[in-house]
Design a binder for this molecule. Structure first.
Ligand SMILES: *Cc1c(COP(=O)(O)O)cnc(C)c1O
Length: 473
C-alpha cells in the first residue's frame, strides 16, 4: 500500500501500548480493572486508530492521536469491555410477552426469592423431615396441584422440553394421533411433527386442516396407539368452515380405548382472560377438569413466571414421566424453581394476582393508566421545538404466540424529530444506553406505553433530550 507522507507521519505518532498502560497506573478509578482488560482495550483502540489512518486519513489528526485523547478512547473501550452483553432495555413495542426481549418480567417476590436461594445452600433435593435425599419438584408440586386441580405435577426447563419428555415417555415407538389442524409450528423451529420424530413417537395425522371429527380419531386407533395429543393452536386461528374435537370428547374416547390424552396448551394460563374484556384463552384448570391425562404449558408466557415447562395431570402418568432418564437432561435449575414457587404463590390470591404479576398487570391495566404514562412523556418533551409528538390510539399485542387475534387498545406516542428519518430514529434509540426498542408503524417511530414501566419514562425523556442536544451541536 502506498502511504502518503501525512499518513506515515500519523502512524509514527500512534502511542505505544506500554506507554498508555503506564499512564493508567496513575488513574485512581481504574485500579480495579483487570490487566487483561486494560491491555486488550488499549490494543483495540490503537488498532482502530491505525485502521482509520490507513483507510480514512481525513478523519484522523495529530490531535486525535495525543495521549490524552487516546486515553479517553481507551476509557470508552474499557467501559464496553466491562459491561455485560446481556443487558436490560426498555420495551416500547407494546408486545407484552416478547420472546426476543425476554418474555415475562418477574414479580418482585420471584426476584427476591432468586437472590435469596441462589447465594445460599438450600433443600433443593433434600428432604428436611427425613434427613435424606429429596425430590427436586417437591417445592412446586403441591401448589401446582392446588391451583390446577390436578393429581400430580412437575416442571422442566421449558414447554418444548415438557412436550418432548411427555411424548418420549408415553409414545416412543407407538403411534401418537394428532389432528392435521393442530400440527403447530411456533417460533424458533419448534414443530410438533419434528419434536415427535425426535422422541421416536410415530405421528398419525387425522382429519384435515380445517375440519377434524371424533370419528377421525376413533378410526385411527390401532393396537400400537400410545397417545392422543391435542395442541392448542396458540399462534394462529382457523376460521370459516371448521370443526374440531373438544378435549372432553377426546378424553371420553381415550377412556373407552384406554389411551392417554395429552394436551400441549402452549401459553397456559390460570386466569380467565374473558373477565378482562379479552379473547378467552383456555385455562389449565379447564383442561384438568375435562379429565385430560397430561397438560403441558410454559412458565414465562401468560403465567408470567420464569422460563419453565410445567406438566400437570394424572399421578399414574406423572410417575412414569418423572422416572424417564431424559428428565435429568431437561431438569429445571434452582433459580428457576425459586422464581416459579414465588410466582405460583401469588396465584393464591386470584384478585390481586393481576396486579402483582407484571405480565398480567400489563395485559389487564386500564387504558387511562397507559394514557397517563404517555401524557407524562408528552408534557416533558413539549418545550422542545425540533421534536413532534402525537398521542395515538393504536393496539398492543399479547405476543409469545398467545392470543394471536387479540388487539388490545393502547396509547402510543408517535415521535418525529426534524431531519431524522423514522428508521434512523429507531436505530438511535436502539443504540442508546439503555436501548429503547420501539416500532415503526405508518412510517412513524412509535412507543407503546403499555409495556413501558413508570420508572422508565424519565429514562426515555433523557434519551430524547440527549439526541436533540447532540443534533444542536
Ligand atoms: C410456546 C409454545 C411451546 C413452547 O414453549 P416454550 O416454553 O417456549 O418452550 C410449545 N407449544 C405451544 C403450542 C406453544 O405455544
Amino acid at each position: 500500500m502506498n502511504l502518503d507522507i501525512k499518513q506515515q507521519q500519523l502512524l509514527r505518532t500512534l502511542p505505544r501500548v506500554d506507554n498508555i498502560f503506564e499512564k493508567f497506573k496513575n488513574e485512581p478509578d481504574y485500579e480495579e480493572i483487570p490487566n487483561s482488560v486494560l491491555t486488550d482495550s488499549i490494543r483495540k483502540t490503537i488498532e482502530i486508530l491505525r485502521e482509520s489512518v490507513l483507510t480514512n486519513p481525513g478523519a484522523v489528526t495529530e490531535h486525535t492521536l495525543t495521549e490524552t485523547s487516546v486515553i479517553q478512547l481507551v476509557k470508552k473501550q474499557i467501559k464496553a469491555e466491562m459491561s455485560y452483553n446481556l443487558k436490560p432495555l426498555i420495551n416500547g413495542t407494546g408486545v407484552v410477552v416478547h420472546t426476543n426481549l425476554g418474555r415475562s418480567l418477574l414479580a418482585q417476590q420471584a426476584i427476591d426469592n432468586i437472590s435469596c436461594i441462589s447465594g445460599l445452600y438450600s433443600n433443593l433435593e433434600f428432604n428436611l423431615n427425613l434427613g435424606k435425599r429429596g425430590i427436586r419438584y417437591s417445592s412446586i408440586e403441591d401448589i401446582l396441584c392446588k391451583i390446577s386441580g390436578a393429581e400430580a405435577a412437575m416442571a422442566v426447563n421449558n414447554n418444548a422440553a415438557a412436550v418432548l419428555l411427555c411424548l418420549d415417555t408415553l409414545a416412543a415407538g407407538k403411534q401418537a394421533i394428532v389432528s392435521r389442524g393442530e400440527l403447530v409450528e411456533i417460533g424458533g423451529s419448534f414443530r410438533i411433527p419434528d419434536v415427535m420424530a425426535k422422541t421416536g413417537a410415530i405421528l398419525k395425522e387425522v382429519g384435515t386442516t380445517n375440519r377434524t371429527h371424533l370419528r377421525d380419531y376413533e378410526n385411527a386407533i390401532e393396537a400400537d396407539t400410545g397417545l392422543m395429543l391435542k395442541v392448542h393452536t396458540s399462534n394462529y386461528s382457523i376460521v370459516g368452515f371448521t370443526a374440531s374435537v373438544s378435549l372432553k370428547e377426546l378424553v371420553e374416547l381415550g377412556g373407552k380405548h384406554k389411551i392417554p390424552v395429552m394436551e400441549d396448551l402452549g401459553s397456559g394460563t390460570f386466569i380467565d382472560f374473558s373477565k378482562y374484556k379479552m379473547i378467552k384463552e383456555p385455562t389449565v384448570q379447564e383442561s384438568v377438569a375435562a379429565g385430560v391425562d397430561i397438560v403441558t404449558f410454559s412458565g414465562d408466557k401468560l403465567l408470567g413466571g420464569p422460563q419453565a415447562g410445567l406438566i400437570v395431570g394424572k399421578k399414574e402418568y406423572l410417575d412414569k414421566i418423572k422416572k424417564n432418564p431424559l428428565t435429568r437432561a431437561l431438569r429445571i435449575d434452582k433459580m428457576t424453581l425459586a422464581a416459579l414457587e414465588a410466582t405460583l404463590g401469588l396465584y393464591r390470591d386470584p384478585e390481586k394476582v393481576v396486579q402483582t404479576i407484571p405480565t398480567l398487570k400489563m395485559l389487564t391495566c386500564s387504558l387511562s393508566y397507559i394514557e397517563q404514562k404517555a401524557v407524562q412523556f408528552f408534557k416533558s418533551m413539549q418545550s422542545h421545538k425540533k421534536i413532534s409528538i402525537k398521542i395515538l390510539d393504536l393496539s398492543s399485542k399479547v405476543g409469545g404466540g398467545s392470543l394471536p387475534l387479540q388487539e388490545i387498545p393502547s396509547k402510543c406516542a408517535a415521535i418525529e424529530i426534524e431531519n431524522i428519518s423514522p428508521n434512523a430514529l429507531e436505530k438511535l434509540m436502539r443504540e442508546h444506553n439503555p436501548p429503547i426498542i420501539g416500532r415503526i408503524e405508518n412510517n412513524c417511530f412509535i412507543l407503546d406505553f403499555r409495556t413501558i414501566q413508570e420508572c422508565e419514562i424519565l429514562v426515555i425523556e433523557i434519551a430524547f433530550k440527549d439526541i436533540l442536544e447532540r443534533r444542536e451541536q
